[in-house]
Write a protein that binds this ligand. Structure first.
Ligand SMILES: Cc1ncc(COP(=O)(O)O)c(C=O)c1O
Length: 408
């Protein structure tokens, strides 16, 4: 057998695998599995009929551009439509600042390719979204964690201290990555005051902020509002923010249509990098998404999505309380897909997951989200995809998996 490892480049050797994707392999194998792992949207909320109609019309048109190669930057009318979507989020952008990406995950990868040199320090939240961790690690970044305050996101004093410490150690530090709205994994919402202070900080420390916002419109009506989810980019007067968003959580992730907003000269660099990655995002996907936006589907769906995910959050919280009592605790998320739970003393995330798999339950271990090796007392439970019945069943299985740790 040939050992192919000797063919690998340094990057090929150090590629960082997503803990969540690894869970997918377990998911594919087991029968009767309850998954609280991946942050998948609820497939019953996909507007199937509208998509079928749109697809039929597009394919009936015999308009070559529906299936033809197109611009790397993205289909121009979709870019125009996204400028309108951004306007609805209080963001003023021009088309030359927008780039369509294959999901916002590609935006993260392009940022890492274009802006990160091996050894640079990139600042991320503790905990942080694993997909961003992978993208930056693959570019050779030295990821440095910044503490979050309970409930309202990144701690600005720690942020400044970490930035100065890294610079004093001779590292290049130019990027802060964060998810201000209903963060993955904690569900936390960055306060409006902190958003303003972050912009001032970025200007003072000559930093760029990568604002990743897939969940901003998915606020829970009992806990937050659109006003509180105002993007940082909305108030960026000095071109400090690169804003990422996506149709994955509001229409469907299978289209792989996301976008980034960056200062025009940077957007151009991202576009050039994208040329070598995929030439362009899928033409058909972009056209379906454009028609969906034109027909007002985003506005029509949003209240339904908010209501459904809020209802699922409440069912999961109640089921966990019934099954686990006060042994499991979590801050109430104000939107998004996740409960971020703290385990009781004596319970370790990976050991608990191993026992949960025996119970045919999966979730994501907390430590997967920490770049400093901590987080073993946390787990992320996603309530977005499973049905209400499966949420109830999963809570019972989690309690059963926790039992041995609690008995000792
Ligand atoms: C914070 C965050 N960023 C980016 C993504 C990737 O989204 P997309 O499907 O647009 O690539 C996700 C998906 O779960 C996410 O939670």
């Amino acid at each position: 057998m040939t050992d192919y490892s000797r063919y690998l480049s340094p990057m090929g050797r150090q590629l960082h695998e997503s803990a969540i994707r690894r869970m997918g392999a377990v998911l594919a194998k087991a029968d009767d599995l309850v998954s609280f792992a991946a942050g998948y949207p609820d497939a019953t909320l996909f507007p199937w009929d509208a998509f079928r109609e749109i697809s039929h019309e597009l394919l009936s048109s015999r308009d070559a551009t529906v299936l033809q190669y197109g611009p790397t930057r993205g289909y121009a009318p979709l870019i125009e439509a996204i400028v309108g979507v951004l306007d609805g989020r209080a963001i003023t952008a021009t088309p030359d600042q927008v780039l369509i990406t294959s999901g916002s995950q590609q935006g993260l990868d392009l940022i890492a390719r274009v802006l990160v040199s091996p050894g640079d320090s990139v600042l991320v939240e503790l905990p942080a979204y694993t997909g961003a961790i992978s993208a930056f690690k693959n570019a050779g970044a030295n990821l440095v964690g910044v503490r979050q305050d309970a409930g309202d996101g990144i701690n600005l004093e720690d942020l400044d201290a970490v930035c100065l410490r890294e610079r004093a150690a001779g590292r290049t530090v130019t990027l802060l990555y964060l998810v201000p709205n209903f963060q993955n994994p904690t569900g936390s919402l960055l306060s409006l005051e902190k958003r303003q202070r972050l912009l001032e900080w970025a200007e003072r420390r000559d930093m760029l902020i990568v604002e990743d916002d897939p969940y901003g419109v998915l606020y829970f009506d009992d806990a937050a509002s659109a006003r509180e989810a105002r993007p940082i980019r909305a108030d960026d007067r000095h071109g400090r923010v690169i804003y990422l968003s996506t149709f994955s959580k509001t229409l469907a992730p299978g289209f792989r249509v996301g976008w980034m907003v960056a200062p025009a000269s940077l957007a151009e660099r991202f576009e050039t990098a994208k040329q070598a990655v995929d030439l362009m995002s899928g033409a058909f996907d972009q056209r379906i998404v454009l028609e969906a936006v034109r027909r007002g589907l985003l506005g029509e769906l949003a209240p339904r999505l908010r209501a459904q995910y809020q209802a699922k959050r409440i069912v999961m919280e109640q089921a966990l309380r019934r099954a686990c009592g006060d042994r499991l605790t979590w801050p109430a998320p104000k939107g998004g897909f996740f409960l971020w739970a703290t385990l009781p003393d004596g319970c370790v995330d990976q050991a608990l997951l191993d026992r949960a798999v025996e119970q045919r339950l999966i979730f994501v271990i907390g430590s997967a989200f920490y770049v400093d090796g901590s987080g073993h007392d946390k787990i992320r439970l996603s309530f977005s995809a499973p049905t209400l019945d499966r949420i109830e069943e999963g809570a019972k299985r989690l309690a059963a998996a926790m039992q041995p740790a609690l008995a000792t």
